[in-house]
Design a protein around this ligand. Structure first.
Ligand code: PMT
Length: 405
């Protein structure tokens, strides 16, 4: 098989010495590695060291142009399967975020169309500075994979977040990105996320604790892996998912309509939202005043969106439900899987620490239509999303033998 080419962009920070280890690991794992350095980085580590490890001349002089038949930054960008910038200093992150291109690392970043991974490394206060955080957000919105820096003693004497992630971990992420990359290409995935809101009067409403994080993580990963994603979202504080078609709704009824509109064109529907199960029988036109006495609410059931989708399912479509449980999660989820005619159900015990509502992590068990169960440990919601998407891909492959996945 042809070797994949990884560009390693090295910024001018003390963690630059770790790039030697990263390059050596990537070479050992069978990648072609091309190093680019900023001039400042060359003050921290000799290009010769990285050249010896990668067996390729290190590129750091924007005007060197050793091969007259090509333009260096365009040629390396075109050859790259992935660009990792490690360490990414605050200055480098700012330049990347704002499209500045005054050295080989940033110029090549603008020319590269491959996936980009950024590994920040700096002093804890610098990392937490709003300017740096906003710049990282800009990069994330554009689809750059920003790694979380590690926590611990820093070269500056402080202890805190800011250490460059360990080269082993960066190499693992690179491998994951390259292997997963675009494996959902050609698929259309419909996802719901967040709570719904059921109005009582113009001021008050019923809702629940869903933040939307699980559904948005699914949408982000699906888009990253090449799927065409439609994300139907209840009210959340989350940013739109880059590359996804965003559809905003408020009530369960509205979510049902949006799902009904987009489900026919979807290969898979993943219902990660927490739509309200009940709504007030009627919404009051005016605010209910205390002087009017106690407010009594008559609640009626909302439509079951997942059930409606599953009933409308055509052969080959895959329907995935979630189950938010507080006791005997697997038993309850199995019943929901059967009752709602699902292909897969993802059950989370929302009483467990690190699982369910609001947090960035989740602990789920996947239960397939064939009865197979896969219990996952607590992990970041994006990683949970990847597991679910991989299962969806497998189910789709089984249900449509001709699909070229
Ligand atoms: O948003 P986060 O803060 O990240 O939290 C994530 C989560 C806990 C909301 C998510 O992991 C989750 O469990 N989502 C499903 C919540 C839920 O409504 O569970 P349920 O067991 O009540 O419903 C079962 C399934 O039916 C779910 O797929 C749900 O989307 C769907 N449903 C429920 C009610 C309804 N009226 N229509 C539906 O389609």
């Amino acid at each position: 098989m042809e070797k994949k080419t990884i560009l390693v962009g090295v910024g001018g920070g003390i963690a630059a010495y770790k790039s030697a280890n990263l390059c050596s690991l990537l070479v050992k794992r069978g990648y072609e590695v091309q190093v680019l350095m900023t001039e400042h980085a060359t003050r921290f580590i000799q290009p010769l060291t990285l050249q010896a490890l990668t067996k390729h001349p290190v590129i750091f002089d924007t005007f060197a142009e050793p091969n007259p038949s090509e333009i260096a930054h365009i040629a390396v960008a075109d050859r790259a399967d992935l660009y990792v910038i490690a360490p990414a200093t605050a200055n480098l992150i700012a330049k990347l975020a704002h499209g500045l291109a005054d050295d080989m690392v940033t110029t090549t970043a603008l020319a590269a169309t491959c996936p980009t991974v950024v590994a920040p490394a700096m002093n804890v206060h610098m990392f937490e500075h709003p300017a740096v955080q906003e710049n990282l957000d800009i990069l994330r919105r554009r689809g750059t994979l920003v790694l979380d820096p590690g926590e611990g003693p820093l070269a500056c004497g402080y202890t805190g977040r800011g250490r460059m992630p360990e080269p082993e971990d960066i190499a693992d992420v690179i491998e994951a990105v390259l292997h997963q990359e675009r494996d959902l290409e050609g698929l259309s995935i419909l996802i719901t996320a967040g709570p719904t809101v059921e109005d009582i009067d113009p001021v008050r409403y019923l809702t629940n604790r869903s933040s939307g994080k699980m559904g948005y993580a699914l949408a982000e990963q699906a888009a990253r892996r090449g799927a065409r994603v439609t994300l139907i979202s209840g009210p959340t504080h989350l940013k739109p998912v880059p590359g996804a078609r965003m559809v905003y709704v408020r009530s369960t009824e509205q979510m049902l309509h949006a799902v009904s509109e987009f489900f026919p064109e979807a290969d898979a529907f993943i219902s990660a939202a927490a739509p309200a199960d009940f709504r007030p029988a009627r919404t009051l036109e005016h605010k209910w005043k205390k002087s009017q006495g106690p407010l009594k609410l008559d609640l009626v059931e909302t439509p079951d969106i997942l059930l409606a989708a599953s009933r409308a399912k055509r052969p080959g479509q895959v329907v995935v439900g979630f189950a938010a449980e507080t006791d005997m999660p697997v038993d309850h989820a199995r019943r929901k899987l059967v009752d709602k005619g699902l292909d897969l159900i993802v059950v989370n015990d929302v009483t467990k620490p690190g699982a369910g509502f609001e947090v960035d992590t989740n602990q789920v068990t996947l239960i397939g239509k064939d009865g197979s169960t896969e219990a996952l440990p607590v992990m970041e919601k994006h990683r949970v999303a990847d597991h679910i998407l991989t299962r969806v891909r497998q189910v789709l492959r089984v249900s449509d033998g001709e699909r070229p996945l």
